[in-house]
Every structure is written in structure tokens, then in C-alpha cells.
Write a protein that binds this ligand. Structure first.
Ligand code: SF4
Length: 322
């Protein structure tokens, strides 16, 4: 397995008025070159913070991120400049992330200009035209402003901006959440085509498990800063182990009416505080299988075989079948 980027015991804590917020707490995974890791979890689970630490937009509190074997937290200025070109981000809200005073060509050209990666104005123009074609933006839109375009086209600008520096690794932070369902499919297909054509490696962050099913090779499920389950995509959907993953899967709307009558597991209870989290399972307050020991002992992130990992005391026991 040719790993492009990996995390080792990665932690990111923030100081809050009432204590220390454990936004990312000991996350470990590897993303092979040319593959996609989907990161799923509800709002506030730390998935976007994880994406930002992976790009060193935020410094880690502890642990490391290795890009092509080098720890990005210890890179020199020159190495960091190279890394910044090779690792890019696509943002959730294309409208908020684009300067409304700039035209499409200026927006896509900006990373080239600010990194001085062009020969002359004609070269910039040529690269922008080529990128517009790559991301499916008609050339007649080159002088348009973001407010003149729909959400799908605005997100295509965001993708063009991320890809113009020819990165190897792209963090896609909820790239389709702000779009209509019909446009979501277009953007997902575009991202998958671009991955094939440009040999990109993605980390795809979303709160919606159904979105990552087809785009991901492996999926990590996060809960309150912890990765509670990690598995190949098909395995996670067919054989989920963690009670939280099972609840997320059951929450996916069923297009097949004949299957709608099946009882679903509804999670009750409050989400625990991520501030000054003590020992014990962070999901215990909402877990239907929680026992006293779950509140005392932090579950180990166990290797269950077939590249499947989960952090639950019941994994591998008979209650696992529940
Ligand atoms: Fe539920 Fe206990 Fe497993 Fe946590 S360790 S998910 S509380 S059964």
C-alpha cells in the first residue's frame, strides 16, 4: 500500500472558558495514494478541525501528520511551501469562500498569482481556460461574478481554485452539503472523474453517510473527537460494528417504500460534553447497550480484521450482533 498521508495519535485541543475542548483526540489512519477516505460524523464531532490540522491550517496539539513520510508539523519553510501546493481544500459553502468582487478568471488564477507559478499573463489565462474546461465551466463565464452563477457553478470555481496548483491531496469539507440534491450528484461525479484523471487523493468530510458511500474507499466515523470506527466502505455499510455507526446507517432515508416499515433505532440522551472529557466511552450517554464499565473504561480501537477497526467494548462479543 502506497500511503500518501497518515495521522499518528493526532490531537487538537482548544482552550475554552470552561476547560479544554478535545476537538480531535488521538486519531490514526492512513490514506493510500489515489484513494478516498470519507470522514463522517454529526456537527461538532471534530471532522472539519481534523481536515484543517491535516493541512496545517491549525497546528496539532500532539501527534503527527505524515505527508509522503514527512511530518508536516516539523517541515521547514521551503518544505511547507511545497506542501501547501500539494495539499488543497474544497470548502463547504462556495459562495462564502469566494470573493464577490472577483471574476471567475481572477478567482481561479489567484492561487497561481499568489504563488508566482506562471510565466506571463497569457500563461495564466491559458491555465485558467484549461481549468475551467476541466471542471466543466463554460468559457463564456470567464468574466462572470460569483453572484451571477448558481451553487453548482460556484462550487466548480472552488474546485478549480483547489486544483489549479496541481495538488496530490485534497480535503473536501462538506463540498455538496450546501447544494440542491440534483447538483450534488453532478459535483460528486465531477470529483470522482477528476480523481481518476488527475490521480488525486481525497479526504471527504461529510455529516451524511449516504453521500460518501460511492466516493470512498474507506470510511472513518467520528464521535466527539474520536474515530470510533474505520473500515473499507462496503464493509462498513454491510457489517457495521459500532452502535453509533449502526444508528447513523439506520438514519439514512429509504427510497424503497417496501423497506420503510422496518423499525429504526432512534438515539436518545444528550451528547456528552467534549470539554475536559474523562475516561469512558464518549458515546455512553446515548448508547442503548451502555453498561457501567463503559462509563469507566475508554474502549480500545480494536483491529477486527479485514482492515476493520472499532472502539466499542462489545465488538467481537455476542452483543455485537445487536
Ligand atoms: Fe456503547 Fe459501551 Fe460500546 Fe460505548 S463501549 S459504544 S457505551 S457498548
Amino acid at each position: 500500500m502506497n500511503v500518501l498521508i497518515e495521522t499518528k495519535n493526532l490531537k487538537k485541543y482548544f482552550s475554552a472558558p470552561s476547560g479544554i475542548l478535545h476537538a480531535v483526540d488521538g486519531v490514526n489512519f492512513q490514506i493510500p495514494k489515489g484513494s478516498t477516505l470519507g470522514i463522517v460524523g454529526e456537527s461538532g464531532c471534530g471532522k472539519s478541525t481534523l481536515g484543517r490540522v491535516m493541512l496545517r491550517l491549525l497546528d496539532a496539539t500532539e501527534g503527527s501528520v505524515l505527508f509522503e513520510g514527512k511530518d508536516i508539523m516539523k517541515m521547514s519553510r521551503g518544505e511547507m511551501k511545497h506542501f501547501r501546493q500539494k495539499a488543497q481544500m474544497i470548502f463547504q459553502d462556495p459562495y462564502a469562500s469566494l470573493d464577490p468582487r472577483m471574476t471567475v478568471s481572477e478567482l481561479i488564477a489567484e492561487p497561481l498569482v499568489s504563488n508566482h507559478i506562471y510565466k506571463n499573463r497569457a500563461d495564466v489565462y491559458q491555465q485558467v481556460r484549461k481549468m475551467m474546461d476541466t471542471v466543466g465551466l463554460a468559457s463564456r463565464l470567464i468574466n462572470s461574478y460569483p453572484h451571477e452563477l448558481d451553487g453548482g457553478r460556484r462550487q466548480r470555481i472552488g474546485i478549480g481554485r483547489a486544483l489549479i496548483l496541481k495538488p496530490d491531496f485534497v480535503v473536501c469539507d462538506e463540498p455538496v452539503s450546501a447544494l440542491d440534491v440534483s447538483i450534488q450528484a453532478q459535483i460528486l461525479n465531477l470529483l470522482m472523474d477528476l480523481q481518476d484523471d488527475l490521480k488525486l487523493t481525497y479526504m471527504f468530510i461529510t455529516h451524511d453517510l449516504s453521500v460518501v458511500r460511492h466516493i470512498s474507499n474507506q470510511i472513518g466515523v467520528m464521535y466527539l473527537g474520536k474515530c470510533v470506527e474505520l473500515a473499507p466502505a462496503q464493509e462498513l455499510f454491510e457489517n457495521p460494528k459500532h452502535p453509533y455507526t449502526k444508528a447513523l446507517l439506520q438514519a439514512i432515508p429509504m427510497p424503497n417504500l417496501s423497506k420503510r416499515g422496518k423499525p429504526r433505532q432512534i438515539l436518545h440522551g444528550e451528547v456528552s460534553s467534549p470539554i475536559d472529557s474523562g475516561p469512558g466511552c464518549r458515546f455512553a450517554a446515548r448508547c442503548p447497550y451502555a453498561e457501567e464499565a463503559c462509563r469507566r473504561e475508554t474502549p480500545v480501537f480494536q483491529d477486527l480484521g479485514a482492515s476493520h477497526f472499532a472502539a466499542c467494548r462489545l465488538c467481537g462479543t455476542s452483543a455485537d450482533k445487536a
